[in-house]
Design a protein around this ligand. Structure first.
Ligand code: MN
Length: 239
């Protein structure tokens, strides 16, 4: 049976809508997974995680800085407390139980914060010399370079260099304990983390889902998540 990949959703509070970009769903499906949408409602993380074989933490609004011990700067953007409250316990449990987890953009930041890391609340304010990380170009167009650690899963997938798209004003500042920083932009800004001994725990700051139907190689991340979910399931599934 194809593995089920739980895909986290955001909220539009004004419109009373729970939503996720269709590209995440298509990318998981194209990689051979069964997409399962997870609404941002706090619940028993064990019960929720029992229904999926892998977890995809998607992009979205800012993480509440209170969750990494800071008060909000003026430049901090919208926060969605329900989303933080549902995603962070899910992510922690996935890390504890060996459930494969891929974090993208906000999801990469959620992974970092859930594991005890911290964020820049606003790159232009806090890292004035940084490159342009909020690109003004089509979502599928890669605008800045990446340097990738050779001896990492990302290095095995993409090699030492890659160009990526960029839609973030926050970034991982403190890499969480147990994780390795495996990609950086040329300005030194963190672009990826991975856990060396977890079956699959990777966060990327760029948006591979926006390129799933354009650059064959970007699908590698989704295929790797689905493959990990397929192989890990028998070990942790409740009988
Ligand atoms: Mn970037």
């Amino acid at each position: 049976m194809a593995p089920r990949i739980g895909i986290t959703c955001g909220i539009d509070y004004a419109a009373q809508r729970i939503q996720v970009n269709a590209d995440y769903v298509r990318a998981v499906q194209a990689a051979g997974g069964i997409p399962v949408l997870l609404p941002p409602v706090p619940g028993d993380p064990a019960a929720i995680l029992a229904g999926v074989d892998g977890l995809l933490l998607t992009g979205g609004v800012d993480v509440d800085p209170v969750l990494f011990g800071e008060e909000p700067l003026r430049q901090n953007g919208e926060i969605q407390p329900d989303r933080d409250a549902s995603e962070i316990p899910l992510c922690r449990l996935a890390l504890e139980t060996g459930v494969p987890v891929l974090g993208i953009c906000r999801g990469h930041q959620v992974l970092a914060v859930a594991a005890g890391g911290s964020l820049y609340q606003d790159l232009p304010a806090q890292v004035p010399e940084c490159l342009k990380h909020s690109q003004q170009a089509p979502r599928w167009h890669p605008t800045h370079a990446l340097r990738i650690e050779r001896h990492s899963r990302l290095g095995a997938m993409f090699g030492p260099e890659l160009r990526v798209n960029s839609f973030h004003h926050q970034a991982v500042k403190g890499v969480p304990p147990g994780f390795a920083e495996t990609a950086r932009a040329p300005d030194g800004v963190n672009e990826a983390i991975e856990h060396p001994s977890h079956p699959f725990a990777i966060g990327v700051q760029w948006h591979p889902e926006a390129m799933w139907d354009r650059e064959y190689n970007y699908n590698a991340l989704f295929r790797a998540l689905v493959e990990a979910a397929a192989s890990v399931r028998p070990r942790w599934a409740p009988s």
